[in-house]
Every structure is written in structure tokens, then in C-alpha cells.
Design a protein around this ligand. Sequence first.
Ligand SMILES: Cc1cc2nc3c(=O)[nH]c(=O)nc-3n(C[C@H](O)[C@H](O)[C@H](O)COP(=O)(O)O)c2cc1C
Length: 156
Amino acid sequence: MKTLVVYLSQKGYMKEVSERIGSGLNCEIHNLADGAPALISEYDNIVISAAIFARKYPAKMAQFCNNQLNLKRGSHLYFVVGGFEKDNIETYLKKSINQDILTKTKSITYAGAKYDPKEHKTMTHIIMKFMQGNRFVNETAWENIDSLVNSILESE
Ligand SMILES: Cc1cc2nc3c(=O)[nH]c(=O)nc-3n(C[C@H](O)[C@H](O)[C@H](O)COP(=O)(O)O)c2cc1C
């Protein structure tokens, strides 16, 4: 079975998550910031990995999913979503992704979140102060990631 992980990451956490999936499955990972990956229709499993920003799923990833995901028949689609609003990420994702893509989705995995105030500029601090007190966030969810990896391995 061939698997591809497509990710977007602003400060590296979702990259770290995606690399862990990539090494767990021994598969390719592709950064969408480098452009759309080629030959999507050759993969049996596609894992889409990105985090929520300002209560929205990233437009670039949503556009890719909605317009460029020509999946092979019988292939499986998995979403991995980061963010500190654990209970809302699925709602945000579903607002941006078309119903036909959601119908093909096998699971949505919560990836946790990392946020280091030192890495961000003043404007972000103001927004973050309002959203979550501008505290350092390090809420990893490796158990979710590892169980996704195991469930993909078991489906092979
Ligand atoms: C400017 C900014 C806005 C964010 N807005 C949200 C949000 O609305 N909801 C949420 O759940 N997480 C939010 N987050 C948390 C990110 O999803 C989290 O930091 C994630 O780990 C980012 O991963 P990345 O840097 O690899 O892209 C925000 C983070 C930043 C920096």
C-alpha cells in the first residue's frame, strides 16, 4: 500500500506531526507550501495534516482538498488537525471542506498544538492574549497520532 502525507505547517509543529506519521508508515511526506504533490491518484492512503488558525482551516489546504484531490478508486483519506481548541477543530474543518471529500474521509484525528509566544510578533500576541491568555502551549497528542498510524498499518 502506498501512502502520502500532505502537510502545511507555520511554525513546525504540524511538520513534526507529519514526520512522525511518515516515519511510522515509512511513506512520503509532502509540504503543500512547495506546491501541490503530483500523482495523487497513485496512492492508496492520503493523510492531510494542517492546523487551525484564527478559527479557520487553512485556505490553501482546503483549496487543495476541494479542487485537486483526484483520489484513486477505493483509496482512503485521513485528516489530522492541529489547534488548541480540541472540541472545535472538527467543526472548523467541516466548514472548509466540501461534502463529497468529507464523505470519502475515513477519520479525523486531533493532533494537539504548540504555540510559543517568543516566536510571534506583537499583533499575534494581542490576538493570542484574547484567545488563550498568550501562554506557552505544548499540548501534544502523540497517542492519537500513533493510533492513526496503527490503524492505517492494520488496514493494509
Ligand atoms: C496566530 C495564531 C492563531 C491561532 N488560532 C487558532 C484557533 O483559532 N483555533 C485553534 O484551535 N488553534 C489556533 N492556533 C493554534 C495553532 O493551531 C497551533 O499553534 C498549531 O500547533 C500550529 O501548528 P503549525 O505551526 O505547525 O502550523 C493559532 C495559532 C496561531 C499562531
